[in-house]
Design a protein around this ligand. Structure first.
Ligand SMILES: O=P(O)(O)OC[C@H]1O[C@@H](O)[C@H](O)[C@@H](O)[C@@H]1O
Length: 324
């Protein structure tokens, strides 16, 4: 499918390599209907995702630092090969503060990619710093796609090209932009077990109700369903997150006190974001030499047919179709 311009000419999705205001390399994906996404090579990080009205859907802090080696606060950082401080590597691993490259040998494309703008990035073991923390040879390939309905897809493939096995944990640390955290509800995680990062990762079971937010939250939900809905009542907008190969889901909002303690995060900005992070944490992934792991997330928006306030997340989740 492709759109037609005013002159009737067919317009196609486009991909452009450019620089951001700070001189960092970015790849801009555009769909002729007006959807767009931006990916920084620094961190292999999606830093913008806009709908066809040009509205930003991801949260990026106004205080984010776009200067290596600090990771960019917002968008979709990639935690790899370690989530959080669950090991001896730096917090959330090194992938988010390394320079990725455009993949010169991307994997073959699925046949239905014609209507998508996409870019393939790669991170390989490289500099000494990385090797000091994790001395394995690997290839991390990331494909970012922008589909014809503005849906943002991310596929991660990690290949062991070493002679010994290695183990990692990982997450797509997705910062969603919301109107006001008090207007947000998450469906799909109720009744699940979680590890509470604020209580020594002790295991608890979530109540039967959808999640709402009144205080700091930092939880790792376990064995989560493949679809999660993040409902913004104020904007009548639902983010639908679909995932594959990533059984866990972290939900994080630093709330007021921690927000103030973060130098790259505005004091009030906790009100305008929620992180929902598809992840593989509880059961780390081990790859033998030559093996590959794949994990995907696809996020899309539903502008509610729920204007009456009768949000029905089950219908939202059912309306999603397949990964594509
Ligand atoms: O400040 P960082 O390293 O980007 O981490 C932000 C947060 O990321 C979340 O994924 C973690 O669960 C939190 O514990 C952490 O505070």
């Amino acid at each position: 499918m492709s759109a037609s311009g005013d002159d009737g000419a067919e317009q196609k999705p486009s991909v452009e390599v450019s620089k951001d205001a700070n001189g960092l390399d970015v790849v801009i994906l555009k769909d002729p209907r007006g959807f767009s996404a931006q990916v920084h090579l620094y961190g292999g990080q999606v830093t913008s995702w806009k709908n066809d009205r040009g509205e930003e859907l991801l949260f990026v802090s106004s205080k984010a630092v776009f200067k290596p080696p600090k990771a960019i606060r917002g968008g979709i950082p990639i935690c790899f090969p370690q989530f959080s401080n669950l090991g001896s590597i730096e917090q959330h691993g090194f992938a988010r503060n390394k320079l990725w490259s455009i993949d010169p040998n991307p994997l073959p494309l699925p046949t239905n990619i014609d209507d998508k703008a996409f870019i393939d990035l790669i991170l390989k073991v490289g500099d000494e710093d990385m090797a000091k923390m994790w001395s394995y040879s690997f290839e991390f390939r990331l494909r970012v796609t922008l589909g014809p309905h503005g849906e943002l897809g991310m596929t991660a493939r990690v290949r062991n090209i070493d002679s010994k096995p290695f183990t990692f944990t990982t997450a797509f640390h997705t910062y969603f932009s919301v109107s006001d955290i008090s207007e947000v509800r998450i469906e799909g995680l109720e009744t699940l077990d979680y590890l509470d990062n604020l209580q020594n990762r002790e295991r608890f079971t979530e109540q039967g109700d959808a999640l709402t937010f009144e205080t700091e939250v930092d939880k790792i939900y376990l064995n989560t369903p493949t679809k999660i809905a993040i409902i913004d009542h104020e904007l009548k907008r639902t983010f639908v997150l679909k995932k594959d190969g990533l059984p866990d889901a972290v939900v994080w909002n630093p709330w007021e006190r921690k927000a103030k303690a973060m130098v790259d995060f505005g004091d009030d900005e906790y009100k305008y974001m929620i992180c929902v992070e598809p992840a593989a944490i509880e059961k780390p992934i081990t790859l033998k030499p030559g093996e590959e792991w794949k994990g995907r997330q696809k996020i899309s928006t539903v502008y509610s047919s729920y204007h009456s306030g009768q949000l029905d997340p089950i219908k939202v989740l059912e309306s999603l179709g397949s990964f594509g």
